[in-house]
Ligand binder design. Sequence first.
Ligand SMILES: NC(=O)C1=CN([C@@H]2O[C@H](COP(=O)(O)OP(=O)(O)OC[C@H]3O[C@@H](n4cnc5c(N)ncnc54)[C@H](OP(=O)(O)O)[C@@H]3O)[C@@H](O)[C@H]2O)[C@@H](O)CC1
Ligand SMILES: [K+]
Length: 541
Amino acid sequence: MAELLTSAQMRAIEGAVIDRGAVTGLDLMERAGQGVVDAVFEEWPELARSSHRATVLCGPGNNGGDGFVIARLLKQRGWEVEVFLYGDPAKLPPDATVNYGRWAELGSVSELRKTGAWVEPLLQADLCVDALFGTGLTRPFDDDHAEALGAYVLEAYNNIFSGARAPYIDRIVAVDVPSGLCADSGRVLSAQGAEETDPTKRSGVCFGADLTVTFHRAKLGQYLGEGPELCGKLVVADIGLWGGVTGAPPVRQVDAAVLRGHGLRPDVGKRADQHKYSHGHALILSGLSGKTGAARLAARAALRVGAGLVTLGTPHAAVTEVAAQLTAIMLREIDTPETLTRVLADQRLTALCLGPGFGIDRAREFLPCVLAAHRATVLDADALTALAEGETAFAALHDRCVLTPHAGEFERLFPDIAARLAEPPTKGPAYSKVDATRDAARRAGCPVLFKGSDTVIASPDGRCSVNAAVYDRAAPWLATAGTGDVLAGLIAGLLARGFAPDHAAETAAWLHVEAAYSFGPGLIAEDLPEELPTVFRTLGL
Ligand SMILES: NC(=O)C1=CN([C@@H]2O[C@H](COP(=O)(O)OP(=O)(O)OC[C@H]3O[C@@H](n4cnc5c(N)ncnc54)[C@H](OP(=O)(O)O)[C@@H]3O)[C@@H](O)[C@H]2O)[C@@H](O)CC1
Ligand SMILES: [K+]
């Protein structure tokens, strides 16, 4: 189970190990620099074969200190290295000062001036090392230098989008974090109101990288928001630290180990002596005629993820349409909330799913009855819109619910939290999607799964995880119609099997991406449930 750290947590881990006398800050800085050099050669083996040219941009803190180490290590390999410092050498922190001095015996340090004297060498270098700011970034680039840096980076940034970045700088490696990116939130720090003056322009400045080498553990901001795009590729270098987060619950990255911990053994767990009801019974409520596809997708996903039984609660008018398309999934006519209440008298129905394709008016009508049943329940799509309208319904949420909003639904449900998240991030650490999801879960009193390529799942007690479809798990083809319905169905199926709501949400989110990744481009929502057996086999279940 991997923890994603905030800057403060990283500093605390480092401080605790140094306080025990096990290692010095200088040792860590040396290992960090070495870790970056090793990762560079691993990523670009052609650079390891002979000496090349590097431009190293150092900042005023320990990130800059790492930069001086890297400059020295490259120089010792025969490289031509130019070093620029953003800041006053007399004000560098102690370990960075030592490494500044060690470098100064080998080469010179130029000031990173507004005139942009550093731009030319940068363009000619085979490698640019961005050691301006790491976990200590507290505000956007804010002095004269920023103007020059900003203009250049903006130009380069715009070129990323025009697909013509290569002629600018061949290889950029970011030390710890791309400078300008908030390591906690994955947001680029920007000056107040900059977007308002020119909304077409990006106000924040960040030095986007091809490769980012971070230390000990990945940071939250490398998996949230703009982080993955700006980091390029992420490598975590071991610098000999140990220990994890103490105090507040850490944010975890969902992975196969987490799933095993949750007991994901869909078929292995089904012993011959067990009845199908041992694996629960999910009831997925379907929309009206012509709108039943979403619920059918959800039902199929619930069955594939291992629910013992799945029933589609279908309005009378849609029964023929639905019946023609079902085999293993059962069908029950449910036209009114009263009928649903009668159906739910059967306690063997262990989970509910309301929302996919259901219709907002009907969701409004059914929501009180669904919540009053106090079953494990996924509220998705139209159910979330209905929930956002009524304080009574919101107050009836209970801890066995899971809410699965995308950004628009999140904004409707938690307008003040969404507004805070939308404010320009002027200070680091900035308010993040993790903060917002935790706040939302606390208010709702149940787990919230806030969708995106950086899906965040939080519980009311602050437990939180991130399931990001980024880096080598990127599956952009997952953004296609109906995949959200499948996710809701996966959660419902796992809830039916008895998974705790947060565990069901984490497991479903991970399987969802994994199935998409396993299937590959060309995926349509129907393919996701059908890909699950392959994913389970790969997991060795
Ligand atoms: N933790 C670990 O285990 C290890 C950490 N290591 C390395 O240390 C890095 C963290 O170092 P760090 O704490 O010194 O922070 P860093 O990012 O260098 O910047 C802080 C300086 O920048 C300044 N400043 C901030 N924003 C600014 C702005 N917009 N414009 C101008 N100035 C600005 C800020 O000033 P202040 O806010 O205090 O005014 C302060 O002077 C970390 O990322 C990793 O690379 C490794 O060596 C090994 C193990
Ligand atoms: K950096």
